[in-house]
Write a protein that binds this ligand. Sequence first.
Ligand code: GDP
Length: 385
Amino acid sequence: MKKREKKEKIPRFPDWVPDGGGDAFTTRVLKGKRIADVKKERENFEKKNFPSKNDFIKGIRENNKTLLSKAITLVESNNEKYYSFGREILEELGFYNEGSIRIAISGPPGAGKSTFIEKLGMFLIRSGHKVAVLAVDPSSTLSKGSILGDKTRMEELAREKNCFIRPSPSGGNLGGVTRKSRETIMLLEAAGYDVILIETVGVGQSETAVRWMVDFFLLLLYPGGGDELQGVKRGIMEIADIIVINKADGNNRKKAEQAKRNFENALHYLLPFTKGWKRKVLLASAVNGEGVENIWEIIEYFKNQGRKSGELLRFRKEQSFKWTIELIENFLKESFFSNEKIEKFLPGIKDKVRSGKMLPTTAAEKLLSVFFSDYNKFVDRESSI
Ligand code: GDP
């Protein structure tokens, strides 16, 4: 074996040593950089890694899924720089799409949501639609992983060219998740997706928030031991446009039929959520694909009826403005409670109110005047709306 030549060891000395420092220094001293320069370098680097706005627009219009995903990541970002770039793209694309239908599919875990979405999605794609599946799952931010919209759960659909599946964004709270999902919907519509399916798990507040993002709400349940009515909160029945009892097959068929009758009776006394619409209860077997086409016919009927009457558009306009107000409320609330002076004064005022030394109205007035005098210092000019 050839003997490896021993490399000559080159002694390394630092570029600079203090006077009389001797050989003890082993660190190479580098020239310092200003923080501002480092930031600029990073920004330039990031810019280089993004396609231009025009490339985004062109790509999204041509159904380039990679660019569409990147644009969604931008609008989902909590980083103001990325988010505003995402918003610019959205504004340029044009976000008003009356031709689409947004459908929520909600139900408890195990009801068969992903099985149902896969069957419905495949049927729609074969009928010439472009289908997007989004998950809205605020609980994912707690569990650090989404239980919804997982691509492996809808394998067949995920392979389709005209299908786009996106898992739930992590937003920290419900407001964050819905803000992101709303803008994602707009991007998807701009990219030509005309059926938007929004999967959400029945966990309290989230369905109500989702109801204000969609045109149609489908509640998916499965037959239990006959007490399913008690397990389903009245609130969720109120916002549903259709209730589908899934797994109406095999030994479950009879139980499903009974559940259907129970729900029909219960719904009798509820006012419809959508003006002019009569709620329906249907049976389905997602694994066998039974009932799926029939359900789609009902959704199409809902859409056509809503278009003719103008209800669909009216509701979308109402949603947009409600969203605007929600954003303002969230902003004000967050700014108020994170204001340094408020944080300082709040405990003292709380004590006074609790001990009956100060009226709640006086307390609120005092705190608000502190907040606004502090806040106004930062606002140096009037907004030019
Ligand atoms: P999800 O948690 O609501 O998305 O439910 P999945 O779609 O993952 O379904 C949960 C389980 O129920 C799976 O094992 C499915 O195969 C099964 N399942 C779904 N739909 C049906 C159905 O129509 N009939 C029967 N018998 N099982 C079903």
